[in-house]
Design a protein around this ligand. Structure first.
Ligand SMILES: [Zn+2]
Length: 136
């Protein structure tokens, strides 16, 4: 999805994010895999390749999000939009408790669910990052 994003723009997105995934906040510095520029609103839905629609993402979040913009929470008919890194403040929607990302809002809950932010491997890795002073 991100192959057509110019390198200079990708770099600008990464610098703005402080080289950290804008969904799970995992730092890129500790990763073996290069992070990607995600279209927050995918091109499929009319999103443009411009700074205001791009987020720096780890491959796990980017792959889990795909072109999705929202999801439905358990037992609800209501469509809940995902966290929007350009419009939302991460700490308004999430908090971290012993490596687990807890939601403060439905948007946070929807994002945790769809992006699988609390898969056990991700929680364990986060505990290590917290111990190393690299998270959140
Ligand atoms: Zn991530």
């Amino acid at each position: 999805m991100s192959k057509k994003i110019p390198e200079a723009l990708r770099r600008e997105v990464a610098i703005r994010a402080g080289y950290r995934c804008e969904y799970c906040r995992r730092p890129e510095v500790d990763s073996f895999i290069r992070y990607q520029s995600d279209h927050i609103i995918s091109r499929k839905h009319g999103g443009r390749t411009e700074l205001s629609n791009l987020a720096h993402t780890c491959p796990i979040c980017n792959n889990a999000k795909g072109s999705d913009l929202a999801t439905i929470l358990d037992d609800e008919e209501k469509l809940i939009r995902l966290f929007h890194p350009r419009k939302d403040n991460w700490f308004d929607h999430f908090e971290v408790l012993e490596g687990e990302i807890m939601h403060k809002t439905e948007i946070g809950e929807a994002t945790i669910k769809l992006l699988k932010l609390n898969d056990i491997d991700r929680i364990l890795e986060r505990v290590d990052l917290i111990a190393a002073g690299l998270f959140p």
